[in-house]
Each structure stands twice: as C-alpha cells, then as structure tokens.
Design a binder for this molecule. Structure first.
Ligand SMILES: *[C@@H]1O[C@H](CO)[C@@H](O)[C@H](O)[C@H]1NC(C)=O
Ligand SMILES: *[C@@H]1O[C@H](CO)[C@@H](O)[C@H](O)[C@H]1NC(C)=O
Ligand SMILES: *[C@@H]1O[C@H](CO)[C@@H](O)[C@H](O)[C@H]1NC(C)=O
Ligand SMILES: *[C@@H]1O[C@H](CO)[C@@H](O)[C@H](O)[C@H]1NC(C)=O
Ligand SMILES: *[C@@H]1O[C@H](CO)[C@@H](O)[C@H](O)[C@H]1NC(C)=O
Length: 362
C-alpha cells in the first residue's frame, strides 16, 4: 500500500520540527482527515478542552461538567470510550478542564478543577483540584495528586497542564497566576508562586509546550472584570529541570490586543511555530514565532461569530489528523438534567478553520 504524498510532506515537516523540539523520536502515522466541519454527538460532552493523539489517531475531550474524558475516533465518528475517575466524575463541582497527551510515555494528563473559583471570579477558591495521570497502555489511572494540599486552599483555578521531556507536569492556575510542578511519581510543589494574595486577579488560563519550551497565556494582573483585551504570552524554559521557574514575556509584533484568552495550542502541524489562542466569546488569535518563542508575530484573528453558533464560546482549539485545526464549540449548560450535573445538549460543533489559519500565515 502506497503512502499518501501528504503524509510524506507532513513527515518531512515534522522531522524538521522534531529537530527543533526533540520529543522522543516517535513516528506519526495518522491518515489524512478531510471531514471539514462536523458535529460530535455525545450527551453532555460540553468540551472545555481537547487534545489530539497522533499515536492512536483519536481525540480526547475534557467533558467539563461531567469530570470525564471522552475518547473519540474522528475518522469513524465514534466515541470509543468514556474515562471516568472515581470520586471525581459526576461529582458536582468537579470539572475536567486541562489535558496533555505524551506519546512517548503513552500517558494522558488530566486537570480536574473545583468550579467555585470560576463561578465567583476567584473570590472563592475552595474545593479540590487534581492532576491525574491515566496510563493508556494499561487502561487505568496511574495516580492523582491533590493540588489543594499544595496551595492549602489559598489560591486555585487550575485549568491546564504542560509536560516536559522528563515527564514532569506543570499545572497552571488562574486565581491568581501560579504554576505547580508535579514529578513523574506524583509529588507536587510550587514552581511559580502567586505574586499577590488577591485571588480575584485573573492569571494563567492556558498552556502549551513544544519540547521544553512552555508557553502560558496570562490575563495579565487585573481582576477578571477588567481583564479583557490585555492578555500576554509568557515563556518558561523547562530544560533545566529546576524546581522553580520564571516567566519571560514574549513580545508580539504588532502588539494587537488579545481578548479574554482561554486555552492555547501549538499544533504539531506547524511544528510548534504557530500558537492558536482561543478567546472566549470572540474567536481565535493566530501567532507565529520563528525564533523558539523569544518573539512572536501577531498574524491575525478569526472571529467566531458564525451564524450557526449563537453562543460563540470557544474554550479551545485542536489539531485533528496530520494537518487540520479546529475551533471547539462550547455551550452554557442551561438547566441541569435532573439526576445529573450538566445540561441536556448532545451535539457539539467542530469548526475547521485550517484554510483561514493558513491564509493568515501566508
Ligand atoms: C466551518 O465553519 C465555519 C463557520 O461557518 C467557516 O468559517 C469555515 O470555513 C468552515 N470550514 C470548512 C472547512 O468548511
Ligand atoms: C455524563 O454523565 C451522564 C450521567 O450522569 C451520562 O449519561 C453521559 O453519557 C456522560 N457524558 C460524558 C461526556 O461523560
Ligand atoms: C485534598 O487536600 C485538601 C487540602 O489538604 C483537603 O482538604 C481535601 O480533603 C483533600 N481531598 C481529598 C479527597 O483527600
Ligand atoms: C500574602 O499574605 C501573607 C500573610 O499575610 C504575607 O506573608 C505574604 O507576603 C503575602 N504575599 C504576597 C505576594 O503579597
Ligand atoms: C434543553 O434545556 C433547555 C433549557 O436549558 C430547554 O430550553 C430545551 O427545550 C431542552 N431540550 C430538550 C431536548 O429537552
């Protein structure tokens, strides 16, 4: 059977990238994905984040209100499995929000947050927060770490995670900005401490990494109500394995305002040179860096005011297949279905914006 030309082209691109961002030399083999826009049908999916697994060619969705992870095969349009976590899944107020997949270890990282800070704009940071590792080889939870035990409940809003090449995890917090480092065996410590005791100051909401270069987006130092329009990107260098890190501003040219950012992604399709910043209620900002994120070019913005998508909530973006990039449509849950912790929706749109992104990069 011949290898489609597109795969060779992509493999060549990824090879160049692998040299820039070594990630363990694993091979990419997923077939092209050409469905364009589509809808995922899964009761109460309410996806807060999603991540592409180019080893098994599946998508993992963090199902926000259920506190579960949905394993979805986009080629067959089929939910393969729903990963549930005892004491977390279907427990009111435990939300699934952050995801990372490491193809070298075949481990899935899942951040579970307490909903309280998100309901109160950081005024109430109570409740349990977890980093959980799921072993996809053995199909079982490996461990979970109680992040609240590290913060003593003084700060919170954990909602995303990056993993370095040694297998350490870095969980980012929003209220206020902070980072907790968790070793491969699950031991947690403060990597970047809060810079203020005011938990209503809106900080990091998303993180992405290419090798040991970790990026975060910061809704920069103001209470949430006034945070709109001043998000900035910062870089952490994870290569030293140090127990503490310092964020370095990534200057953007032009310095066009980024709105209230949510999750960020560095799609493999662009070899870690393109950062997609999801902005809630607004759309997607496209940034590019050709110097390892020491500086960034602001390439443009794609609004999400699609006629079919009245609520415009775009928590995240995701690569699917070797080359396509999607905006994920999220909805407010409305009234909860009795006996559950979520709304009644089953259909969630996925918007293929590859052509629009590529046009901004041309
Ligand atoms: C997907 O839908 C969005 C919104 O209508 C549109 O802008 C985009 O071009 C569509 N993508 C494809 C590949 O049709
Ligand atoms: C959410 O939980 C309900 C049961 O409360 C279940 O029927 C549904 O399939 C779950 N959906 C997801 C995405 O976990
Ligand atoms: C997590 O840690 C916090 C703070 O130490 C504690 O109050 C809470 O009971 C712990 N949760 C569980 C389920 O052990
Ligand atoms: C937070 O409050 C504690 C106790 O009042 C104080 O020691 C500490 O310096 C404060 N931290 C910051 C970053 O202001
Ligand atoms: C789902 O819930 C909304 C209110 O949150 C309601 O307007 C709608 O009719 C419900 N749909 C179904 C199919 O039950």
């Amino acid at each position: 059977m011949g290898i489609p030309l597109i795969n060779l082209v992509v493999a060549g691109l990824l090879f160049a990238v692998a040299q820039a961002f070594p990630s363990g030399g694993h091979q990419h083999k997923c077939p092209p994905f050409n469905k364009g826009n589509f809808t995922v049908s899964q009761f109460q999916l309410y996806p807060e984040n999603a991540i592409w697994d180019d080893r098994h060619c599946v998508v993992y969705f963090a199902s926000l209100f259920n506190g579960s992870v949905v394993v979805y095969d986009p080629y067959r349009d089929k939910v393969n499995k729903i990963l549930e976590f005892p004491g977390i899944t279907n427990v009111l107020g435990q939300h699934a929000s952050g995801l990372d997949y490491d193809p070298v270890t075949n481990l899935l990282s899942v951040v579970i947050d307490s909903q309280n800070p998100f309901l109160t704009e950081g005024a109430d940071v109570s409740g349990d927060n977890w980093l959980l590792k799921y072993d996809l080889t053995r199909n079982k939870e490996l461990w979970r770490t109680n992040l609240t035990a590290v913060t003593k409940g003084l700060w919170g809003g954990f909602q995303d995670v990056s993993v370095d090449t040694r297998g350490n995890s870095y969980v980012i917090g929003t209220y206020p900005k902070s980072v907790i480092k968790v070793t491969p065996r699950g031991k947690a410590s403060v990597y970047f401490p809060p810079q203020t005791n005011d938990t209503t100051v809106h900080g990091y909401t998303g993180t992405a990494h290419a090798g040991n270069t970790m990026l975060v987006v910061d809704n920069n130092g103001t209470p949430e109500s006034s945070a709109t329009g001043n998000s900035e990107i910062y870089r952490f260098d994870l290569s030293s394995g140090s127990p503490h890190g310092t964020p370095v501003l990534v200057p953007r040219t032009p310095h066009t305002a980024i709105g209230e950012a949510d999750k960020i992604h560095l799609p493999q399709a662009y070899g870690g040179t393109v950062l997609l910043v999801a902005e809630d209620l607004r759309g997607l900002t496209v940034l590019r860096s050709l110097d390892g994120w020491h500086t960034a070019e602001h390439r443009g913005f794609i609004p999400s005011d699609f006629p079919v998508f009245f609520q415009k909530i775009v928590p995240s973006s995701i690569q699917i297949g070797p080359t396509k990039n999607y905006l994920i449509g999220q909805y407010f849950p409305g009234e909860f279905v009795p006996g559950t912790n979520s709304g009644n929706r089953s259909d969630f749109p996925m918007f293929d914006l590859t052509a629009q992104i590529d046009a901004l990069l041309a």
